[in-house]
Design a protein. Sequence first.
Length: 391
Amino acid sequence: MFVYDPAGYLAVLLIAVLLIATPVFVSLDKPWHEVSQRNSTIDGLRGYLAMAVFLHHGAIYDSYMLNGNWIDPPSQILAMLGTVGVAMFFMVTGFLFWGKAVRACGTMRWRALVVNRVFRIAPLYYVATVVMLMIVFADRRWSMLESVPKLFSELAPLVLFGFYGTGPDIDTYHQPWILLAGVTWTLRYEWVFYLVLLPLAAQLLRRVRAPLGIPLAAALAMFALAVRLPSAVVFGIGFFAAGMITAALHESGRGLGTRLGVAGDLIAIALLVAVLGGEAKALWGQLMMLGVAFHLIATGSDLFGLLSLRASRRLGEISYGIYILQGLVLHATYAGQTGFAAQSPLHFWLVLAAAGASLIAVATLAHITIESPAIRCGRSIAKFVQGAIRP
């Protein structure tokens, strides 16, 4: 056996899905899971995207626990799991919110949207950040090794809802971001989408009424830039635009997922396998292939029923918790099991499976006690704010 054999990670995922399918997690069943109008494939997709990122970071832990190097695993598939997970998360965001903008003809309740997003993203982000800081300062034996101004400069950016990621050091603790598996960097892109890209596109939509043309122009511009000037920003915008294109097609009744049926499932799976297997070497090629796969899934392809499973929808409900808390769970799990995990690939996967089960439990608890109450609170405040500003 080889520690980077994808089969071992697939087994870990299977264990996680079987676990969350048990009656213990019945509280994750929601009324909208049974509502046909809601896009159930997106609900089912989210959880697997979060788990893909978790498995990617789990593979990194083999090298990290042995020699302290946080680097991509040598397996092409495991290395790409993180990229695919994040890219399609961005597409989900673009799809959902551009769909709302199209239905509202570009006229949206922006204050309410921002309030809702703050209460959706910030609570668990702050919980994860506070726990990370507790680990850092416990390692420092609860004493400050830096001056107050320097420590303040390191901590202050963490207050801004995840817009700024963790710096390289906190109170001389090197690379504290590893405690969170580095996942918070994506929150900046989410905020840029909500606060800049979406408002600009919606304002343009009110003037030119081109729900497909606007994101298509953005995608083509990013495609041109990607060929000559590839960067994370370019591809981030490209992934959002890909989701927006699918939303425009879906809202106009031109989605292909449901129409193609089994063929759509086969094409979507083939494209995902091709990207994971490294068939598209250039990032713009990956963007295009993932964009088509996402279009098929978002418009009805449920991958032969996988995304419609109750377990898949439950996993989707706690996807943000799985994503934002995974680093802490990996750290806690491997901290006391390094010797055991290093004995063989089987031992490593057993520890990773334990981490996955723990992560599902922790994310479920966080969903019940933090996420859901915060979302309800955000909706109430958003209604109040929106009502207070009406003429």
